[in-house]
Design a protein around this ligand. Structure first.
Ligand code: FE2
Ligand code: FE2
Length: 300
């Protein structure tokens, strides 16, 4: 019987992730004694497998989020919060095709046509996603172009910068880890999450195009599966790089999202209205939901 593949990656000084093809995952503190050599103290060099790669990648995301678990904001959804999220979605999508193509041409120069082809395919698939967010904003009566021209949610800025920086590196393998992190988290969204947003929006308004496409119902689930297969096929040093960046991106994403979620509805409204130079069509005290007036925090 063939031996199961075991993969491991040191993501920060005192923590490595170990994953087996069977799906088991451990967090491991590297170290050994004179009698016992730690086999995971040196970087892995073997082949990958889809089962172990998914364990490493998702382990990296879990570890990135673990640091904020106790501080995690869990606000009730509001229209203001959703508009902020759509502005963030626009900014994390608008440069994606250009950035991925830049990384792809670098891999062509490096004699890695298979990585270039994978990134070009991703760039094609991600094209137009920024426009979904703009359409959703418009559906809510918000002048989307004006809003995004004047407003990037504070917590989203470091994330956008990270992706820009990764894609112009001499060896831009990390951009795959960043993309995996964002897509994997999006793919966790279920139909009920979309229904919650729809309940919050006025009747006859379809403002969930971006959300649907970036959820388990849309293309994100397939993107995640394809990325796992692709990463598993890479040489060990590339898999290590991708997993390390998945962890770094998860840290940035967790902090950034939490920063936004911790804001009060009044703060968000203030920011949005300042960027727009006018009042939003939906203020907490005045918007109508399914024919009746509701309070500031619609029930989830
Ligand atoms: Fe997308
Ligand atoms: Fe995607």
């Amino acid at each position: 019987m063939a031996r199961l593949v075991t993969e491991w990656v040191n993501v920060k000084g005192d923590i490595s992730i170990i994953a087996r093809e069977s799906g088991e995952v451990w967090f491991h503190a590297p170290g050994g004694t004179e009698e016992n050599v730690d086999p995971f103290a040196i970087p892995m060099t073997g082949m990958g497998s889809a089962g172990s790669t998914i364990g490493l990648l998702d382990g990296a995301i879990n570890l990135g989020f673990a640091g904020i678990e106790k501080r995690l904001a869990r606000p009730d959804p509001t229209i203001a919060g959703y508009i902020v999220a759509l502005a963030g979605a626009y900014h994390t999508s608008v440069d994606t095709p250009r950035n991925l193509r830049r990384a792809a041409s670098r891999f062509k120069e490096l004699g890695r046509p298979e990585v270039a082809a994978y990134l070009e395919e991703r760039a094609r698939e991600e094209t137009g996603h920024d426009r979904l967010a703009l359409k959703d904003l418009r559906a809510l009566g918000v002048p989307g172009e004006r809003l995004v021209a004047n407003f990037i949610p504070e917590g989203i800025k470091p994330l956008c910068k990270r992706f820009d920086d990764l894609c112009i590196q001499d060896y831009p393998m990390g951009c795959i880890g960043y993309s995996y992190c964002l897509e994997r988290i999006a793919a966790l969204k279920q139909e009920t999450d979309i229904e919650k947003v729809q309940t919050m929006c006025p009747d006859d308004v379809d403002a969930t195009r971006f959300l649907r496409s970036h959820s388990s119902l849309g293309s994100e689930a397939t993107h995640v599966e394809e990325t796992i297969e692709f990463v598993a096929s890479l040489p060990a040093n590339d898999r290590i790089r991708v997993v390390q960046e998945t962890y770094e991106s998860a840290l940035i994403l967790a902090e950034g999202y939490n920063h936004e979620l911790l804001k009060s509805e009044a703060e968000m409204l203030e920011e949005l209205e300042q960027a727009l130079g006018e009042a939003l069509p939906y203020r907490h005290s005045s918007y109508t939901l399914h024919g009746e007036k509701r309070g500031a925090r619609p029930a989830a």
